[in-house]
Design a protein around this ligand. Structure first.
Ligand SMILES: Cc1cc2nc3c(=O)[nH]c(=O)nc-3n(C[C@H](O)[C@H](O)[C@H](O)COP(=O)(O)OP(=O)(O)OC[C@H]3O[C@@H](n4cnc5c(N)ncnc54)[C@H](O)[C@@H]3O)c2cc1C
Length: 465
């Protein structure tokens, strides 16, 4: 058998890649991880999940202080101001701590960090920077980057037309902001700048925000965001942009019709993300991408080329950090000869706005396509903790199979939905029925009791409504 420098070489150190590398090393495999960025952690830690959550947290604190939430509770504040430099500073500190943490974990687990862009030279050979490296197994975990919008050119430097990376680092709070795309990233970053003082308009091509989520949740979320001051232009497409001091966007109805213009100070382009395969040299190993630019794999994350595996945003499925992480664990275990499995039917998704929005499993619309369902709903207004905290918006919805009662999907809007959804995911992973959730003792008073009551409502027996 040929001698290789490594048992496993992972290309990309995002949540998919770094987890795969650490698990492979834990399993006794000689492992390296190539990363073209200066720091480890990928999109998620550097310009994604972590910095966006830092700004969401900071802006929420500001809004609570500046717009009367604290005062309502007798916490008096005066002269509340935004100090954006300090906010950005705290965000960067969190990013540095977490990316440094991955570096520490690499050292601890003896994963070798290869600095530079990885390019295939052959099935078992990758050039990283100037170094030629061979590995028995290569895991492609190169992630994704922002999808460009023709006619609306991003220039993060000038901070006029920005992508999510630029929107995480705006040097001043804009008076007006237009977010193109009413998906998760647009609504989260739109929320940050709205809370800090911008008048935010969201332009969405589809007739509703949050594509892919449960219909009722999408409608309710839209109502809540409107109440917060977001302006929505649904069923509208952006066809061009001119920067001349301010930015002038040209928009028209998605179905066609008269064009009009919107003037604004900052435009955030957030219409989606596309897989990173450019410069990877896939042609050298005869690995083709599908028509969405993704690398296809089998259930074990093997590509069509022996010894080459792929995980995370670069393969089909939701572009989420925890999906990438779980695939990272599974691929390493499969490489080591164990059985690594990811249940793609139970991947929770969360929008970290106020309130939070979360779901796992099938939407009601999709569940109904497969057969008869029973649905139980419970409003947060009737949940004692949410009511006490003055957090009345939202509901929990449990969708179960009409015959077997097995839970097919859970959707919710609640201030802590991102935390509550874990219970639903675990229940579904264990094949729970709605009755199983309804008869599980939940601590009182917690927002999670709303999930229990929604499960009780599946068979028409909630107590508190
Ligand atoms: C603003 C924003 C907010 C987000 N918030 C959330 C959230 O709250 N929760 C959530 O679950 N997801 C969130 N996401 C999505 C999440 O960041 C991604 O799903 C996740 O990072 C994907 O992980 P990955 O390992 O597949 O790839 P990435 O994290 O994209 O990492 C890939 C890495 O590979 C490197 N790379 C690429 N090509 C090469 C090469 N040829 N050689 C060497 N290195 C290479 C890249 O530099 C990158 O560092 C967010 C994304 C954005 C943009």
């Amino acid at each position: 058998m040929a001698d290789f420098d490594f048992d496993v070489l992972v290309i990309g150190s995002g949540p998919g890649g770094y987890v795969a590398a650490i698990r492979a090393a834990q399993l006794g495999l000689k492992t390296a991880c190539a990363e073209s960025r200066e720091t480890l952690g990928g999109t998620c830690l550097n310009v994604g999940c972590i910095p966006s959550k830092a700004l969401l947290h900071a802006s929420e604190l500001f809004e609570e202080a500046a717009h009367g939430t604290l005062a309502k509770w007798g916490v008096k504040t005066s002269g509340v101001e935004v100090d954006l430099d300090t906010m950005h500073g705290e965000k960067s500190k969190a990013v540095n701590e977490l990316t440094g943490g991955i570096e520490f974990l690499f050292k601890k687990n003896k994963v070798e960090w290869l600095k530079g862009l990885g390019t295939f030279e052959g099935p078992n050979t990758v050039k990283v920077g100037d170094r030629m490296v061979t590995a028995k197994n290569i895991v492609i975990a190169t992630g994704s980057s922002v999808t460009p919008l023709p006619g609306v050119e991003v220039d993060n430097e000038s901070a006029k037309i920005v992508d999510s990376t630029g929107a995480l680092a705006l040097p001043a709070v804009p008076k007006r902001m237009v977010v193109i795309g009413g998906g998760v990233i647009g609504l989260e970053l739109g929320s940050v700048w709205r809370r800090l003082g911008a008048a935010v308009t969201v332009v969405e091509f589809l007739d509703q925000i949050l594509p892919g989520m449960d219909g009722e949740v999408r409608k309710e979320a839209n109502k809540i965001f409107k109440k917060q001051g977001f302006d929505f232009r649904l069923s509208t497409k952006v066809t061009g942009a001119k920067v001349n001091g301010a930015v002038t966007l040209t928009v028209e109805p998605a179905a066609g019709g008269a064009a009009e213009t919107i003037e604004t100070d900052v435009v955030l382009v957030s219409i989606g993300r596309r897989p990173n395969t450019d410069g990877l040299g896939l042609e050298k190993i005869g690995l083709k991408v599908n028509n969405r630019g993704q690398i296809e794999t089998d259930h074990d994350f093997r590509t069509s080329v022996p010894g080459v595996w792929a995980i995370g945003d670069v393969i089909p499925g939701p572009m989420l950090a925890h999906k990438a992480e779980d695939e990272g664990l599974a691929v390493a275990e499969n490489i080591a000869g164990q059985t690594g499995i990811v249940n793609h039917d139970v991947i929770p998704s969360v929008v970290y706005t106020y309130p939070e929005i979360a779901g796992v499993g099938l939407t009601e619309e999709d569940a109904k396509k497969d057969g008869e369902v029973k649905v139980g709903k419970f409003p947060m207004l009737a949940n004692s903790r949410a009511k006490t905290n003055r957090e009345p918006d939202g509901f929990v919805k449990v969708i179960a199979d009409a015959k077997s009662d097995r839970v097919l999907g859970v959707w919710m809007i609640s201030t802590v939905a991102g935390t509550m959804i874990a219970q639903a995911a675990q229940a579904m992973e264990f094949g729970a029925t709605s009755e199983d959730i309804a008869y599980t003792c939940h601590a009182h008073p917690t927002h999670s009791e709303a999930l229990k009551e929604a499960a009780m409502a599946v068979t028409g027996k909630p107590i508190h409504i």
